[in-house]
Design a protein around this ligand. Sequence first.
Ligand code: GLY
Length: 397
Amino acid sequence: MQTEKSLGSYPEITDSQIREALDKAVSLVTENLRDFTVRFPDSNSRHNFYPPTENVEWTTGFWTGQIWLAFETVRDKEPDRARLLKTAGEIQVESFLNRIRDKVDVDHHDMGFLYSPSCVAAWKLTGNETAKKAAVMAADQLLTRFQERGQFFQAWGELGARDNYRLIIDCLLNMPLLFWASQVTGDEKYRTKAQAHIRTAMNCVIRPDHSTYHTYFFDPGTGKLVRGVTHQGNRDGSAWARGQAWGIYGSALSYRQMRKPEYIDIFRKVTDYFLEHLPDDLIPYWDFDFDNGSSEPRDSSAAAIAVCGILEMSKYLENGEASHYRKAAKRLLAALWEKCAVRSPEESNGLLLHGTYARGTPTNPCTDRGVDECNTWGDYFYLESLIRLTGDWDLYW
Ligand code: GLY
């Protein structure tokens, strides 16, 4: 386990490493357009190579998001490459419009993960009206999952069913789509529901020791809190590393929208827990039950998400505290660059090695999936973190 002092002794990623890592990542994304323009990479790689898939699951937006991040990086200096990326992004936006219009695999809450990095990004960067239409439709779809009794968005399953009447911490990242939808439509209904969900989630997912529950059940009859339960963590009482990271980025994005000082406090708590429970090489195990010397797999994606969340919140903190957290983020990113970043297309068609989608244990309902593999969100947040460190970045979230 890290102490703050020992974290301080790690090197921060340097400006030249950031430039090198970004150039490398943008080249790899461009290279991967060959296979993934009409189709998408699956959620996780197999032996470090993604097979192609249709536009299904909660993860395809992360690939389109990488295309837009790469487009932004080269837009002003490499017009030919920028054109190639923009064309691919536009083809994918059409696919996202079809998906929401035909309601393909959208009976869940992950409309933000799908439509913010793909369609909101396209609209912000290029004014693409198809993208705007698709993203507003996705926001409408998400509204259908709001539960008045309990005031939250139900993550999965049949609406109102007792065994699915719960929110999950990940959903904090779906909320920016709703704030954006209110902004572009002028209709407050999206923002109102997002604010209610955030208030509910913040009230139940943070434990007294500042670790987090992955999911929290409510009583469908009364809306009262029932209990915290894990889905992808090691056990109900453990801290699933990626859930903790969703809490970090989720609290930063919630503060950005709502400016409630208590969300800064929550950010400090969940971030400090994350940083203090990293192993010696700074790449988190998939659950903080595991520590130095464990043979359990890592989840590099949790670190990438945490870096983005910390960099976002640093904008709103006073100088000393902002610098403390930015340094921590740059130390994590140095570790990702050194130990997990893909260097060549022969190695992988992803960007970030050593992620874990799900690890099955006797105390959770999962089976192993994408263990010690790339996953599309790890790739996306790694690239986002590099771009965040090269200047002011206008969020897709
Ligand atoms: N949002 C699902 C996951 O992080 O696996």
